[in-house]
Design a protein around this ligand. Sequence first.
Ligand code: ZN
Length: 264
Amino acid sequence: MRILVFILAFLSASAFSQQKEGVEVKRSRLLLLPASTVENSAAQQYGQLMRAAAQKNALNVDKQQVERLRNIARALIPHSKRFNKDAERWRWEVNLISSKTVNAFCMPGGKIAFFTGIVDQLRLTDDEVAVIMGHEIGHALLEHGRARMSEQVLKSVGITVAAAIFNLGQLSAELLAQAANLAVSLPYARKQETDSDLVGMELAARAGYDPRAAAAVWHKMSKLGQAAGKGQPPQFLSTHPSHEMRIKEIEANLPKVLPLYKKQ
Ligand SMILES: [Zn+2]
């Protein structure tokens, strides 16, 4: 059974994204769930969340701000296929939820949400929105959510059952919904964070936004975390753990993406 799982993981593993310029990152390896299953489940979760926000009159209230986010997304998205060809057929969405929560995410399949808390409390410039959005898109392109959902399903039903029902038609919608929720509410691993930082910087640079904003965002974020002290830290920090090396790695990779920005 272990061998079977190994083979499945190997078959679904993606090769290095081959690029002559820009950053070098790897897609996730444990991708037991088909991308379409993950994307459908994420789209359902996202739809539910947006309907709940609309019911509370908290969806896309500030039209100008929504337009700003969508313009930045329109500039970033055409470059995303460099990291994942499937992104070309994704049905991208960008919405703004009125909430003090300091958070933003991109679910598998390109479902992006920003909370007003992150935009207002960090007083984000366009460059900073671009690197945060690019970072979130990076998690989706590198299929960190898909890997996470696959892990959750394996944990829930056990590896034997998951392999036995590998066509996965038999997995309950409820189980997938649970896995999709966990996929955005658990912290990402350090390597996933760094890889997403790099993707975000490259997408931003290619779209004409200054990738140096990535370091600025993390300085602002950690200041906000410190200011919160023993209180509630920004949610973004709990799902995207900061680590000492993070800003250093961002800075070390700047020379790979700055030329792309300066070409504009
Ligand atoms: Zn992250």
